[in-house]
Design a protein around this ligand. Structure first.
Ligand code: UD1
Length: 432
């Protein structure tokens, strides 16, 4: 299994091009199931998760062609064309769904277009129970019948879906996406209350509207969908990855230096910018770019809690903890989205961090410097926390189980390496 080896203590200087957002690309790829015409998506990040989604869609009968394998095109993101004249299968098997929870998003479109879907209950990151009850509640509100059998969800609407009122008891990104993709082909009006407002939902709405869907309320928590008989093909560019942007924006705070993040949108990290300023790094906003620089002074402690967008994202919580590990004073983090998302803490402690966890709260007492150590990544964002910690630590850090990173961060060794970090990938079959 691959590992990432980092020798910490090198300040970072240079530019990083931000990739297309993984969490937008996955639902957008799924949206091709809603039409028999081609969907062209550009700025698709080259990741294990997008490849995994392509494999699942191919099994359902989607033809996928890809351009942009050259170096320049790779930097600009890939363009893929997905087309599915006839859906061959309506089953999404355990083998694929267990590896990636976002596979569950095929349920809404399959149900809407074919009147049935049989989808394995998902797995994904080990960051809590992560049930799918809200997704199922949405399908039921549109008239589907749901049965659970042998670890699979069977959703059926033989006479088609009917528009209805979906009132989510709390915000779920995936359930909002699944509900939207079911509602766009339902008969009549659907109102989704307490919808997620994450920018990736806005991107999905933009693409669905380019495909002929009628949706009002983008960016708000109430979405009104007028169902259509059919959707058509479209061309859409995936929005920049706000989690990648936010992660690299924290890197100069941890390692020192000055980084400019390009091909992004600073508004996407609106909740992080005041936190970066509060810890004591400077942030300059430009058109499609953001520059973060550290003057080398000690960082200051801050308190945050994770919240649905536009609050502080849970997907940046682990990375922020790597930064706060060396901030002067006591910082407090409260994780309100997932119940088991502090699995990076024992690994940070092995690097010398002083962190105590009590339920959903963590107290981080800043130490002067972290020390490199062999560490193990437990999920996607936790892996990036350990990479950041390694960049600032004294000595060598080896991050094991890198496959988590490859699910969601594109070419990290290259992106950080070209800015002065000493970071290499050690292939699994090479002995050290
Ligand atoms: C998406 C993101 C993930 C991010 C998360 C929260 C993708 C591919 N993944 O995940 O990176 O961390 O949003 O911003 O976009 N829940 C239920 N029942 C449900 C659905 C969710 O109880 O039916 C709970 C979850 O366990 C969690 C909370 O709701 O505690 C929010 O989860 P949700 O917004 O659905 O996350 P995902 O869409 O899975």
């Amino acid at each position: 299994m691959d590992r990432i080896l980092i020798r910490g203590g090198h300040p970072l200087h240079g530019d990083i091009q931000i990739s297309g957002a993984k969490n937008a690309a996955l639902p957008l790829m799924v949206a091709c199931l809603l039409t028999d015409e081609p969907l062209h998506l550009s700025n698709i990040p080259h990741l294990v998760d997008t490849a995994q989604m392509a494999t699942l869609l191919a099994q359902l009968g989607v033809d996928i062609s890809m351009t942009g394998s050259g170096e320049e095109e790779a930097a600009a993101g890939r363009m893929i064309t997905l087309s599915v004249r006839d859906i061959r299968r309506t089953t999404a098997p355990y083998d694929i769904v267990r590896k990636m929870r976002a596979s569950f998003l095929v349920t809404g479109p399959l149900l809407a277009r074919c009147g049935k879907a049989r989808v394995s209950l998902p797995g994904g990151c080990a960051i809590g129970a992560r049930p799918v009850d809200l997704h199922l509640h949405a399908f039921e509100a549109l008239g589907a019948q749901i049965t659970l059998e042998d670890g699979y969800v069977l959703a059926e609407a033989p006479r088609g879906l009917k528009g209805g009122r979906i009132a989510f008891p709390f915000v779920s990104v995936g359930a909002t996406e699944n509900a939207l993709m079911a509602a766009v082909l339902a008969d009549g009006e659907t109102v989704i209350e307490n919808a997620a407002r994450e920018p990736e939902i806005g991107d999905l709405i933009k693409c669905l509207m380019a495909m002929g869907a009628h949706i009002e309320g983008a960016g708000t928590s109430i979405l009104r969908v007028q169902g259509r008989d059919r959707l058509h093909g479209a061309t859409h560019a995936v929005l920049p990855d706000r989690i990648e942007t936010g992660t690299y924006a924290m890197a100069p705070a941890v390692a020192g230096g000055r980084l400019t993040l390009r091909r992004t949108d600073p508004q996407l990290i609106g909740a992080l910018i005041p936190v970066l300023e509060a810890v004591g790094v400077s942030v300059e906003l430009g058109d499609g770019e953001v520059t973060v620089s550290s003057d080398g002074h000690p960082l200051r402690a801050v308190d945050i809690q994770t919240e649905p967008y536009p609050g502080f994202p849970t997907d940046l919580q682990a990375q922020l903890m790597a930064l706060l590990a060396t901030a002067q004073g006591k910082s407090h983090i409260r994780e309100t989205i997932f119940e088991n998302r502090f699995m990076h803490v024992p690994e940070l402690i092995r690097m010398g961090a002083d962190v105590t966890v009590d339920g959903d709260k963590a107290v981080i007492t800043g130490v002067k410097r972290l020390k490199g150590a062999p560490v193990m990544a437990t999920d996607l964002r936790a892996s990036m926390c350990l990479v950041l910690a390694g960049l600032g630590a004294e000595g060598e850090t080896v991050v094991n189980r890198v496959y988590h990173l490859d699910r969601g961060f594109e070419r990290i060794e290259e992106k950080l390496g070209q800015c002065g970090a000493e970071i290499v990938r050690v292939r699994g079959d090479v002995a050290r």
